[in-house]
Design a protein around this ligand. Structure first.
Ligand SMILES: [Zn+2]
Length: 469
């Protein structure tokens, strides 16, 4: 079975065939760094991280180039910098660091490239220059605008015909626009705002051109996969596509396409009364990570198929915690089983992910493997090692179960408490070995008072801090 992906442009699943299997390219639109990001903004981060991991497994770790941009020029950044009386770089460095730390806490591998708008200005102005030269863009009143009439397929990605867009355009269209749907490639900065030099006067780029220039600079056209949230299809990706396709007209290097596969993840739906009541306004991943392990949030973010809307509820987080507790519990009981070196994952274990990244189905497969492994450990069956190997390999492609089971369950305890608990668990083991059941029960009661649950297994007792009620 080979990888199939749902392509927004084709509106169907298509077999994934990279341009060059030794150089598979993926670009995903990243954050505007002016604040902590909403947890919904991390849905594409973990979804495309699973795809990145899957592509690495299929084509090799070094064969996949994954660029995710950072928008560090923006009105909201300017406003925040003005509010704090600092340079925009103070704001963007602070929130980019937080974003990357949160993404790492959610188990996302770093992309192979993380280009920033401020570091791509030469490529941006060069691309705008080419578009002006070949008639796809025009300068007017300090602005440069993309001429949507220049691209015959404008509207094809989002399924919005251009004439309908023009008919539906509001009356207060900027006077310098030739067509109401034309969009900004370059604009003058307001007084006091950061600006960069250009042939059309000092200013800054529009948002759409930033991504097209970065794709050109980091990956080259055409790329294999372009990803992002469903809200980016129009206008952002439609405009990126128009720019990318109209670029290179003059030099004869016109690419046959911009991106071979367009992937979009669905919305994260916060409309859950129970959640909003109990957690107040905890919608930032940064805050959620103070209350839940990153892996729990990652599990909840992948619990629905990426194209479906995801209902973000407290129950979903609780279910994620239970599922991971179960899996880590199985791994703890199987910790004496040597799963061997690098795992050879059977292809049928990957079938769910190969079918347009069906993560709910792959999670079911993880649970099934864990149940089988648990039974095999209990029976001391010879296939336990193979089952553990499959479980760990599938978990790795999904970015799960990378922690030590002991650390998973004891992560919430401080060092002093851990030492005390370890002493009690050892004393209880000795009491049980001496068949002093009264003493064993007394110690268990003491552990219960510390909110510790002891789990007896074939390799001795393990313990965990129980969830707070
Ligand atoms: Zn973009």
């Amino acid at each position: 079975m080979s990888l199939r992906l749902y392509d927004t442009m084709a509106r169907k699943k298509r077999p994934f065939v990279p341009h060059d299997p030794r150089r598979v390219t993926m670009y995903v639109c990243g954050p505007t760094v002016y604040n902590y990001s909403h947890v919904g903004n991390f849905r594409p981060v973990v979804v495309f991280d699973v795809l990145f991991r899957l592509l690495r497994r299929l084509y090799g770790d070094d064969a996949v180039l994954y660029a995710a941009n950072v928008t560090d020029v923006d009105d909201k950044i300017n406003a925040k910098a003005a509010e704090e009386g600092v340079e925009i770089s103070v704001i963007t460095e602070r929130y980019l660091a937080a974003y990357n730390a949160d993404a790492a806490a959610l188990g996302a591998l770093p992309p192979t490239a993380q280009p920033r708008a401020t570091q791509t200005m030469d490529a941006i102005t060069a691309m705008i220059g080419r578009l002006v030269q070949n008639g796809a863009a025009y300068a007017a009143e300090g602005h440069v605008l993309f001429n949507t009439q220049a691209f015959g397929d404008y509207g094809k990605l989002s399924g919005r015909p251009l004439d309908e867009m023009i008919a539906g355009a509001r009356v207060d269209v900027a006077p310098y626009k030739q067509n109401p749907a034309d969009f900004v490639l370059w604009k003058p900065s307001k007084p006091g705002e950061p600006e960069w030099p250009s042939p059309w006067g000092p200013g800054r780029p529009g948002w759409h051109i930033e991504c097209s220039a970065m794709i050109e600079q980091e990956l080259g056209l055409p790329i294999d996969i372009h990803g992002g949230g469903i809200d980016l299809v129009f206008p952002h990706h439609e405009n990126e596509l128009a720019q990318g396709m109209c670029d290179h007209k003059a030099d004869g290097g016109h690419p046959e396409s911009y991106a071979n596969y367009w992937l979009h993840n669905g919305f994260l739906n916060m409309a859950d009364e129970k959640m909003s009541k109990s957690l107040g306004n905890v919608t930032l991943a940064h805050d959620l990570l103070e209350q839940h392990p990153g892996e729990v949030i990652r599990w909840a973010l992948l619990a629905a198929h990426y194209r479906q809307p995801l209902a973000w509820t407290e129950d979903a987080l609780g279910q994620a915690r239970n599922a991971l507790d179960h899996l880590y519990g199985v791994l703890g009981r199987a910790r004496h089983i040597d799963a061997g070196g690098s795992a050879q994952l059977a292809e049928d274990q990957l079938s769910s992910l190969l079918d347009d990244l069906n993560t709910p189905s792959a999670m079911y497969a993880l649970k099934k493997l864990a149940t089988d492994l648990d039974a095999a450990v209990r029976r001391d069956a010879p296939n336990a090692a193979a089952l553990k190997q499959d479980l760990m390999a599938l978990a790795e492609v999904m970015g799960f179960l990378q922690a030590d089971p002991q650390v998973w369950f004891q992560g919430g305890a401080d060092e002093g408490l851990k030492v005390r608990i370890d002493e009690l668990v050892t004393a209880r083991d000795s009491a049980r070995a001496a068949k002093d059941w009264g003493e064993a029960d007394r110690i268990r009661a003491e552990l219960t008072a510390l909110n510790v649950e002891v789990m007896d297994g074939p390799a001795g007792a393990t313990w965990r801090i129980k969830e707070q009620a």
